[in-house]
Design a protein around this ligand. Structure first.
Ligand code: ZN
Length: 105
């Protein structure tokens, strides 16, 4: 293995470890998201890394609901999908009706 490759892998592992230690949740947008069986997804929570991935193409309301959904997965890793969906509906609906919107800078 080339020395530069080893260096890159070392840097990658260091960055990964740094992310694992951080309590801040990182939100990353991607063009397309898929699960392990290649089904399209709107969002994905990487629990071990505290990362939420969101598909770029969603409208703002759906984006808010999906973000809440994935954050609930991170906050309550043992919650069932049905519990997460219930929390998403309650929190997403309330935030949307209260006028919370993303401010793009
Ligand atoms: Zn879910």
């Amino acid at each position: 293995m080339a020395k530069s490759t080893k260096k890159l892998i070392k840097e990658y592992k260091q960055n990964l470890n740094k992310l694992k230690r951080q309590k801040v949740t990182l939100v990353i947008e991607e063009d397309f998201l898929y699960d392990d069986e290649m089904h399209r997804l709107y969002g994905l929570a990487l629990k071990d890394l505290n990362i939420v991935k969101l598909e770029k193409s969603m409208n703002e309301k759906l984006r808010l609901y999906v973000l809440v959904h994935e954050l609930v997965h991170l906050a309550f890793p043992k919650a069932t999908e049905q519990q997460v969906l219930s929390a998403e509906k309650i929190i997403g609906e309330c935030l949307w009706k209260q006028g919370y919107r993303r401010v793009l800078q």
